[in-house]
Design a protein around this ligand. Sequence first.
Ligand code: G3H
Ligand code: 13P
Ligand code: ZN
Length: 324
Amino acid sequence: MWKMVHYKEIGFVNTKEMFKHAMDNGYAVPAYNFNNMEQIQAIVLACVESRSPVILQVSKGARKYANQTLLRYMAEGAVEYMKELGGNIPMALHLDHGDSFELCKSCVDMGFSSVMYDGSHHSYEENIKITKEVVEYAHKFDASVEAELGVLAGIEEHVSSEKSHYTKPEEVKDFVTRTGCDSLAISIGTSHGAFKFKPGKPIPPLRFDILEEIQKKLPGYPIVLHGSSSVPQEYVEMVNQHGGDLSGALGVPEDQLRKAASMNVCKINIDSDGRLVVTAVIRKVLAKQKGVFDPRKYLGPARDELKELLIHKNKNVLGSANRY
Ligand code: G3H
Ligand code: 13P
Ligand code: ZN
């Protein structure tokens, strides 16, 4: 039976101070999803080595895959592992794309320091209503709440949208004021997954004009960018050369994310790139070493490559390295 625990007892921080530091210094905090041990090892190793704050993200799908209790203890293990490595970086545990008040509540009760309520598929008023309920509950425990306005293109477990609906700058102030949410995920041209843009055509730039308008309406307020994998082509090729097929996979160019991070974007969500690297390395090892059947022999190199990719992101894309 699960007992309630407050995130501060575990050693997590909420995102308030993290975002203030990021805003003041022109960088974004990485939010990396994890579903298994190798991913969390890579995240902790990368963020300790590059001295970057980090948000550990758990989706509803991750909880279903790995078991919610096991995942939560893995996150607690991450705090202890970070200390064992001599690190002293701020770490938050965050629910990614929470789709109900109950799910958000259960995460706060389990020791999450931050939750996202994603009501982007609801009507504006319904989104406000449920987000506000989540905020009222989470704030009793000093946990942070991320909300979403606008819809990202792409297919997710909980919402399917063929086209994106950009966030309307004229709505953001009213939404944030009425809900009390601590950060806002917006839609400016990113999308989830590894196939973000049409192959063979120039990649359309993110809508920085919309971001600028939002910044004007909400000065100093933390903005979140979902769907921010860059889909490095070297790993797409590695997959394709070793029995896979990810032809046409494309992501958000790194320089655009760097620009967003220097603006009011304080949190950048990356999941697909981690999946891609892990898959590419596993495919390569298994293709080259036909007799391998010890999972450590392919999961280990996949983890090590993922760590290097995350260090690169912290240093060169988000600008979050060497901050602690
Ligand atoms: O935005 C979605 C995240 O990449 C999590 O994906 O629901 O397959 O775990 P998932
Ligand atoms: P990517 O699919 O681009 O990695 O986005 C992940 C995300 O937004 C998680 O919430
Ligand atoms: Zn997302």
